[in-house]
Design a protein around this ligand. Structure first.
Ligand SMILES: [Cu+2]
Length: 160
């Protein structure tokens, strides 16, 4: 009975280590998608977002007020709408998607409500590959060690 339990415990710990490792590697390899709410009031939420190159931002309209998402600092910005532009202001439901491939600070605003400070910013920073912290590795090692001890004990008891 005891050896069965130990082998079972080892299998569970090995599974946990494998699952966590796959999750860590997966999160490092795949680009992320973020959502910014447009409205319901004259706000973007969150107004500031930090992403990594290759990440995608989905703006999701939430209210009855017509809004849009236009890159630039405002109507006087000569580069207004160059990076991205969701089009004419509309009410929900609508989504607008943009993938940020280059590093930089990307201001954007709502054409009819920029005067009410309806502005947002996407900061694209080079995060590199997400390296797990030492704590994570220590935890994984501890789980594996406990599992191996369980296997060792199961071996002792099966011989006895
Ligand atoms: Cu607006």
């Amino acid at each position: 009975m005891r050896s069965c339990l130990s082998i079972h415990f080892f299998r569970i710990s090995a599974f946990i280590v494998t699952a966590v490792t796959v999750m860590l590697l997966g999160s490092a390899a795949h680009a992320a998608t973020y959502t910014v709410n447009v409205g319901p009031d004259n706000t973007y939420s969150p107004a500031q977002l930090t992403v990594s190159p290759g990440d995608t931002v989905v703006w999701e309209w939430t209210g009855l007020m017509p809004h849009n998402v236009v890159s630039g600092t405002g109507p006087t910005d000569p580069n207004m709408g160059v990076e991205f532009d969701s089009g004419i202001p509309v009410a929900a439901p609508k989504t607008f998607t943009h993938t940020f491939n280059s590093i930089g600070t990307f201001d954007y605003f709502c054409t009819p409500h920029v005067m009410f400070l309806m502005t947002g910013v996407i900061d694209v920073v080079s995060g590199g590959i997400a390296v797990p912290s030492m704590d994570t590795w220590a935890l994984l090692f501890a789980v594996l060690l406990i599992g191996m001890l369980g296997l060792f004990w199961s071996g002792r008891f099966s011989k006895a």
